[in-house]
Every structure is written in structure tokens, then in C-alpha cells.
Design a protein around this ligand. Structure first.
Ligand SMILES: Nc1ncnc2c1ncn2[C@@H]1O[C@H](COP(=O)(O)OP(=O)(O)OP(=O)(O)O)[C@@H](O)[C@H]1O
Ligand SMILES: [Mg+2]
Length: 340
């Protein structure tokens, strides 16, 4: 792992494999992914559409749609610390996805915000009821009145104006930016130690996006949370993260500190991604396509997964065996034969 922090370990993902078993074949959506998340630190995850960013996060939350999906290998160790700092280590892959332990991890240990707020907010209930509900489920002995007060306080904290009134609003009565703030309040209400943002600003316009990014950073600092920030937008990931993991077709291609990844990108895929940053100021809707087409998600490739699109490929080497992920500079991991 890229040595990134002296902070205590929060989550250790080791050789995670999450596959989808479809009629057409097996999609190895996540295929041997390893990384650590440290308390209070932020990890950015970047890569083109379909590379496994969301499925990685869904596996950590145990919300992969199953069937057809299943975590078939690896472990996700969660370090649950008590007040004295002693850790109980739980492999979340060994827990029943719908069981009480996993439900308490979702919410109290990990909160998640999604690209589209309507996927996690119900249109039938007020935002206040939905947020309070989370408190009442997770925390024993809290009264409805206390839960409502805490909800109002949190809505204010995420920048919702007049929270005493908007606590009784339905999601459709809020603007997109306000809905996203309500979803952040819902993710944070039980004080998670890790916040996962899966492209939480992609659906917003640039001004609102900037406000939400500032809000997430401020809340992260105030609450001392770790952050896993998933995006296809390099500028956003760079701004939000202490370190960056670059994914391609279910694998980690490169992983290092944000400064190192920006100053010294090594993997030809990362270099190609960097080249795809538009020079004119503007919101990046999708990464500018890199030459060559993405292999079929069902393909089983004997060599490097980026071979067919790589401008530095070595025939007979890179397509013969899979390159390992190797630490080539201290704290800088690369999966490429050019650096073995
Ligand atoms: N519910 C599902 N059923 C079948 N295949 C799925 C499912 N969810 C994801 N996949 C497949 O798993 C692979 C990884 O998908 P994932 O959603 O993790 O990509 P991503 O990196 O988050 O992409 P994007 O940037 O578009 O969000 C893709 O090939 C995708 O088609
Ligand atoms: Mg995704």
C-alpha cells in the first residue's frame, strides 16, 4: 500500500474481487483491488466509466445488488475503535449484508452520498423524517423530539436555510443543490468515521458543485472524518484528496499521494488521463476518450488490461502476463512492466 499517513487505519481493503454473474458472461467489476483508508484522511478514486469505482464503494457498504453481483474474494477489514483506541477488527465481507452489525456499520461507521439524491431520498417522506429515522434506528433511547432537533441542527450545518421550516419539506420541493445537502445531512447524522462520495456533484452545475465541494471539505475537517471521493473529474479529485488511486477495468493501475500523482504520473493510462484534461476552463462532463476502445467487460485478458490502448506497450511482454502492482518509488505504486 502507498504509505500515506501516520493516522490510524480505518479500513483495509485486500484483494477485493466483486463479480457480476450475467447470462452473457461474468463481469469482473472489481478484480483484486487493495487499498487502505486512514482516519481523517482522504482518498480520491478516479478512472473512466465502468472501471469499478462505484462497485468498490458498494462492496465496502455491502450494497452490491445481489444477484447478479457478489463479492467473491478478498477482505474488507474495518477497524472499530472504542473510546480507549482499542480496535475490534471486522471483515465486513463476512457479515450478512442485511444483518444488524452491517446495518450499524452503514450509517454509524460509513456514510455515503450518491450522484443522484433521489436514489437515497424517498419522495414520499419529508427530509426531516427520513434523517430522523436514521437516528431512531441506530441510537437507542433517543426520543422523536430529540431526533428532530438534531436533524434541524444538521440541516443548518449543511447550509440549508431556515432548517426549522425546511425540515418538513419533501425532496421534490428542494432544488438539486439543496437535495444534495439534505443527502449529506442524512449521511452524516449518525457521525460516520468515513464519508464516501460517489460522484456527488456530477449532476450539479459548476457554481453549486463548488459550494458542495467546499461544504464536504469543511465538514470533513470539522468532524475529523475520513473521505473516499470518487469522480471522473481529475481537478475535483485533486482538490478533495490527500492521495489518489487510479482504476482501470477493475484494477488499481497507480496509487500515490495527490502531489506525486499530479507531478510524476507513471502509468501510461494515468498519463493519458492527464492529457485528456481540457485546456479551456470548464466542467469536464466525461474524460476525453483515450485512443482505442475499452475491451468488453466480459473479456478475460492474459496480460495488462490497458494493452490494447497503451501507446507504450511492449508486444510479447505486456500481453503475455499480467503486470503486478509494485512500489516503484517509496509510496508510489504502479501496475506496469515499464517500471518492473
Ligand atoms: N448491477 C449491476 N449489474 C451488472 N453489472 C454491473 C452492475 N453494476 C455495475 N456493473 C458492471 O460493473 C462494472 C463496473 O461498474 P461501476 O459502476 O463500478 O463503474 P464506475 O467506475 O463507477 O463507472 P461510472 O464512472 O460510470 O460511474 C461495469 O462493467 C458495470 O457494467
Ligand atoms: Mg460509478
Amino acid at each position: 500500500m502507498a504509505a500515506s499517513a501516520n493516522n490510524p487505519l480505518l479500513i483495509e481493503v485486500k484483494d477485493l474481487q466483486t463479480y457480476f454473474f450475467l447470462h452473457e458472461g461474468t463481469v469482473r467489476a472489481v478484480d483484486g483491488v487493495s487499498f487502505n483508508i486512514y482516519e481523517g484522511r482522504s482518498l480520491g478514486v478516479i478512472g473512466e466509466s465502468g472501471c469499478g469505482k462505484s462497485v468498490t464503494a458498494q462492496s465496502m457498504m455491502r450494497i452490491v445488488p445481489s444477484p447478479p453481483g457478489r463479492e467473491v474474494g478478498g477482505s474488507i477489514l474495518m477497524y472499530l475503535r472504542d473510546g480507549n483506541g482499542a480496535a475490534e477488527v471486522v471483515d465486513v465481507l463476512k457479515l450478512p449484508a442485511g444483518g444488524p452489525k452491517m446495518r450499524s456499520i452503514r450509517g454509524q461507521q460509513i456514510g455515503m452520498i450518491f450522484q443522484e439524491p433521489m436514489t437515497s431520498l424517498s419522495p414520499l417522506h419529508t427530509i426531516g423524517d427520513q434523517i430522523s429515522e436514521n437516528i431512531l434506528i441506530h441510537e437507542k433511547g433517543v426520543t422523536k423530539k430529540e431526533a428532530r432537533e438534531r436533524t434541524i441542527e444538521m440541516l443548518g450545518r449543511v447550509g440549508i436555510p431556515r432548517p426549522q421550516r425546511l425540515v418538513d419539506a419533501y425532496p421534490h420541493q428542494l432544488s438539486g443543490g439543496m437535495r444534495q445537502r439534505a443527502m449529506i445531512a442524512m449521511a452524516l447524522i449518525c457521525g460516520p468515521r468515513l464519508l464516501i462520495g460517489d460522484e456527488p456533484t456530477t449532476a450539479l452545475d459548476v457554481t453549486i458543485e463548488a459550494q458542495i465541494l467546499d461544504l464536504i471539505k469543511k465538514l470533513q475537517a470539522d468532524l475529523g472524518m475520513a473521505l473516499m471521493y470518487i469522480s471522473h473529474d481529475l481537478a475535483v479529485v485533486g482538490e478533495m484528496s490527500d492521495e489518489i488511486m487510479v482504476m482501470y477495468l477493475g484494477q488499481v493501475m497507480e496509487h500515490s499521494t495527490t502531489d506525486e500523482i499530479f507531478d510524476n504520473p507513471l502509468h501510461p493510462y494515468t498519463v493519458a488521463l492527464w492529457r485528456s484534461i481540457p485546456t479551456i476552463e470548464g466542467k469536464l462532463e466525461r474524460l476525453v476518450p483515450i485512443s482505442g476502445s475499452l475491451p468488453s467487460p466480459f473479456a478475460v485478458l492474459p496480460g495488462c488490461r490497458f494493452f490494447s490502448r497503451c501507446d507504450r506497450r511492449i508486444p510479447g511482454v505486456c500481453d503475455a502476463a499480467p503486470p503486478p502492482l509494485k512500489e516503484v518509488v517509496p509510496g508510489h505504486l504502479v501496475r506496469c512492466f515499464l517500471y518492473q
